[in-house]
Design a protein around this ligand. Structure first.
Ligand code: ADP
Ligand code: MG
Length: 631
């Protein structure tokens, strides 16, 4: 038997297109050829289990990848099902090539950027030609009396098929690498790629170097006694039944796959058979430093073959902050990304994962509240981000979002609102910086009022979402308002006196601080401690923050100085000022005190600018000197 032939379909146009198409991702030919070997073994196993193929009792199935950097060849050997001459003609000459043509036809006009899924599947065997000038198949079918065949093609345009002397069942694919791709005969490079894509394939894979290094050869005897170990884990944890997996196994798997020294916080084992197949494990990692630097990694697999990391068409974007493996055997990967986005199956997968994550969180909240509180610090950015990105997710977790309050307890929004109903209905006070705002916090504590801590960058945006979602409820930073609960109900003194005091203090502070614009508000606070503080309405502060975000272009006119100096007439120092301010000899001292009171109020509100800080420090020393000299 000897036959020469032309590939049945028009391949002239295919090469340039495919080569260009896949240029950025040539590595995938290795995945295609290894997974073909894997398929061949799986098919044989199935036949054997049905009694339709004869195999050894303890048949050791394998895939072998042999690199030869002298000959510049790369071989893929399996002891799977093999092919008859008829099958080679049918599956390689026709199917493989025609699917390649179909592929090229379909996508020649489409250009999509970046790491493309199309490049990942659909080409199969044909992808060998991306890197080879010649490809050889040597194969013997499992069928009794089958004749081994050898198929050779230079460049993929035409083929030659002949009998072979091969005696072992299985297939050997030999690639004669072209000049540009000789580096694919290097052990390290090939090992890396096999590890990337084939780490969890179900058949043991052995990587061999046809030209081992000299020193290894010298120690040959030692080497030979060691049985070679496959480079893959043929039974990845996500395929096991959740009930059969131990906590330690989950942790170990996590550390190995994601190279993280830390244990994960907790995980979700996805195991769906109906209405679609989906298996996987999602881990909640411990946060490194800050939300901003958090980088998740969701590895997508298709029947244990790695496809890619973080494919946003399949996995809800906010889940990318997690780490995990997801195996979708039915994923239609040989289509374009825009198709995936609109595909019903993909939507279902995505919704299912979202629901499972929300269920797990609800479960923790209900049954392991202590742990949930403990995890919160690490998981809150993820949950908040998820809420902002995915409405369904928000609906499912909105009642289990918790906030740390100034008492160091965790409360839900409802808890908080309920608890503070009497004092400030529908108003939530929050702290963004515990140190900076400590004055206000102390005042709140004194009056047994509560505020929640929202220190993260993401909280800014999250607050806006909550306000949108919960009618009537408004969020106010702790320094934005003085509620009645902080004031003495009964004001001593006549209205006349009060008015006079307001006017006098206003005049004094405006003069001393040299600012006509300064807003002053005299209040009778319950707390006697604080002489003065700054208030900035929530609205104004948000505007200021926004303008800062947009490059700090102060929007003149829209951004008036909105800070108000609140002076507490229930404070001793303020009362001293009232008496001293008309004493001529004390003028300078009063000036100093007023300026200092103002600076201290400012410090509690935001950071002083350099000039104010310098003045503040200078003045502090002057005050200390006068204390020392007993003036
Ligand atoms: P696919 O794997 O999607 O079917 P491929 O182009 O990768 O497409 O392979 C085409 C066909 O060639 C396979 O379906 C299979 O029948 C046959 N084939 C490829 N490699 C092998 C192999 N190592 N052993 C047996 N058959 C193979
Ligand atoms: Mg294939």
């Amino acid at each position: 038997m000897r036959e020469n032939g032309n590939i049945a379909v028009h391949t002239e146009n295919i090469f340039p297109i495919i080569k260009k198409w896949l240029y950025s991702d040539r590595d995938i030919f290795i995945r295609e050829l290894v997974s073909n070997g894997c398929d061949a073994v799986s098919k044989l196993k199935r036949l054997a289990s049905m009694g339709e193929a004869k195999v050894e009792e303890n048949e050791a199935y394998y895939i072998q990848v042999i690199v030869n950097d002298k000959d510049k060849t790369l071989q893929f050997i399996d002891n799977g099902i093999g092919m008859t001459a008829e099958e080679v003609k049918k599956y390689i000459n026709q199917v493989a090539f025609s699917s390649a043509e179909e592929f090229a036809e379909k996508f020649k006009d489409q250009k999509e950027e970046g790491n493309d899924i199309i490049g990942h599947f659909g080409l199969g065997f044909y992808s060998a030609f991306m890197v080879s000038e010649k490809v050889e198949i040597d194969t013997l079918s499992y069928q009794e009396g089958a004749q081994a065949v050898k198929w050779i093609s230079d460049g993929g345009m035409e083929y030659q098929i002949d009998t072979s002397s091969r005696a072992e069942r299985g297939t050997t694919i030999t690639l004669y690498l072209d000049k540009d791709n000789e580096d694919f005969s290097g052990e390290f490079k090939v090992g890396e790629i096999v590890n990337k894509y084939c780490s969890f394939l179900p058949v043991p894979i052995y990587l061999e170097n046809a030209n081992p290094e000299e020193d290894k050869e010298e120690k040959g005897e030692e080497q030979e006694t060691k049985a070679p170990t496959p480079i893959n884990d043929t039974n990845p944890l996500w395929l096991k039944k959740p009930s059969e997996c131990k906590e330690e196994e989950y942790k170990e798997f996590y550390k190995k796959v994601f190279h993280d020294f830390n244990d994960p916080l907790f995980w979700i084992h996805l195991n769906v058979d109906f209405p679609f197949k989906l298996k996987g494990i999602l881990y909640f990692p411990k946060l490194k430093h800050d939300f901003e630097s958090t980088e998740g990694q969701i590895k997508l697999f298709n029947n244990q073959v790695f496809v890619a990391d973080n494919i946003k068409e399949v996995i809800p974007e906010f889940l990318m902050l997690l780490k995990g493996t997801i195996d979708c055997p039915d994923l239609p990967l040989n289509v374009s990304r825009s198709f995936l986005q609109n595909d019903g199956y993909v939507q279902k997968v995505s919704n299912h994962i979202t629901k499972k994550v929300a269920d797990k969180l609800n479960n923790l909240f209900k049954n392991q509240r202590e742990d949930y509180n403990k995890y919160w610090q690490d998981i809150h950015p993820f949950i908040k981000y998820g809420c902002m990105r995915n409405e369904k997710f928000y609906d499912k977790v909105k009642d289990i979002i918790i906030f740390k309050n100034i008492q160091d307890e965790y409360v839900t929004l409802n808890d908080y609102l309920e608890k503070n109903k009497e004092k400030h209905e529908n108003k939530v006070f929050y702290v963004t910086d515990e140190q900076q705002q400590s004055q206000y916090i102390n005042m709140f504590k004194e009056q047994e009022m509560d505020a929640i801590l929202l220190p993260s960058t993401i909280d800014n945006h999250f607050v806006q979402l909550l306000e949108m979602k919960t009618e009537n409820v408004s969020f106010n930073r702790i320094d934005s308002d003085i509620t009645d609960s902080l004031k003495n109900a009964q004001d001593e003194g006549s209205e006349e006196d009060n008015k006079k005091m307001q006017e006098e203090l206003e005049k004094l502070f405006k003069e001393v601080l040299g600012s006509d614009q300064l807003k002053i508000q005299v209040e009778n606070l319950k707390s006697q401690q604080v002489p003065a503080m700054i208030l900035l309405s929530e609205q104004s502060r948000r505007m200021q923050e926004m303008s800062k975000m947009f490059g700090g272009m102060g929007m003149p006119g829209i951004m008036p100085q909105e800070e108000t100096l609140v002076i507490n007439k229930n404070n001793k120092l303020i009362n001293s000022i009232m008496t001293l301010k008309d004493v001529d000899s004390k003028k300078q001292q009063v000036n100093m005190i007023c300026q200092h009171v103002y600076d201290l109020a400012m410090i509690g509100h935001k950071q002083l600018d350099a000039k104010s800080m310098t003045n503040f420090i200078k003045r502090s020393y002057e005050i200390l000197s006068s204390v020392a000299s007993g003036e």
